[in-house]
Ligand binder design. Structure first.
Ligand code: DC
Length: 224
């Protein structure tokens, strides 16, 4: 991939800290940021709005294929020119998105968008579940962030996003574990670390510590 795009791939389960880190690394380098979870969320948002049944894989695929989805290099997501970046973070979308993301034909459309984004922007930090394994197998560096489910649930609650009123740690932990199961056991591009990924367990690390560790790894990778 001599003349191809330069990609830093960041994968891992929900709540491992991918978004915060990927965004900060992209800013630090001045590279584009690709949030691929946001793309599956945007398809889910429109599917729910249009009342497309989530068990109808063909209808979901057709919807994804026709969706005027635009990703800006700063992570902003627009659908039909409407900024949906905040709208796609609700608990309703989070509960439904794993099903949409498990449809192979939906993934094929998203992967095409993702590779086009890389080609157009040249240097990107891409975050998701299959960046290192499927979408960018030649990524310059593959990072796999993980953390214990209990810690990931705690972070999600502390973020204040994706929660319904009064949700407790145990409930959030079971939701996270259920989502992990769906994402890692599905047939289409399941969540798993690439063989050549650099793995970091962030359970006992602060966001700043994770950022510093990833930044130094990224900097030495792009110097080589
Ligand atoms: O990272 P996130 O919570 O925004 O991801 C939303 C969902 O999309 C999650 O269930 C996993 C799925 N996803 C995926 O299957 N492949 C990706 N590259 C990114 C996200």
């Amino acid at each position: 991939m001599e003349d191809g795009p330069l990609v830093i791939a960041i994968d891992g389960p929900a709540g491992a800290g991918k978004s915060t880190i990927a965004r900060r690394v992209a800013e630090d380098l001045g590279w584009a940021y690709l949030d691929t979870g946001a793309m599956y969320r945007a398809v889910t948002l429109v599917a729910l709005e249009l009342e497309v049944p989530l068990e109808d894989a063909e209808a979901l695929a057709a919807l994804a294929a026709d969706l005027p989805l635009h990703l800006a290099p700063d992570g902003t997501v627009t659908v039909r020119e409407q900024d949906v970046t905040a709208l796609i973070r609700t608990a309703e979308i989070t509960a439904a998105v794993s099903v949409v993301a498990s449809v192979q034909a939906v993934r094929e459309v998203m992967v095409r968008h993702q590779r086009r984004f890389a080609a157009q922007n040249g240097r990107i930090v891409a975050e998701g579940r299959d960046m290192g394994t499927e979408v960018f197998p030649d990524a310059h560096l593959k990072v796999y962030l993980d953390a214990d489910p209990g810690e990931r649930a705690r972070r999600r609650l502390a973020q204040g996003s994706e929660q319904e009123g009064g949700e407790d740690l145990e409930a959030m932990r079971s939701k996270i574990e259920a989502r992990d199961r769906l994402d890692s056991t599905r047939e289409a591009s399941p969540l798993r670390p690439a063989d050549d990924a650099w793995r970091l367990d962030t359970t006992r690390m602060t966001p700043d510590e994770v950022f510093e560790a990833v930044r130094s790894r990224v900097r030495s990778a792009i110097r080589s």
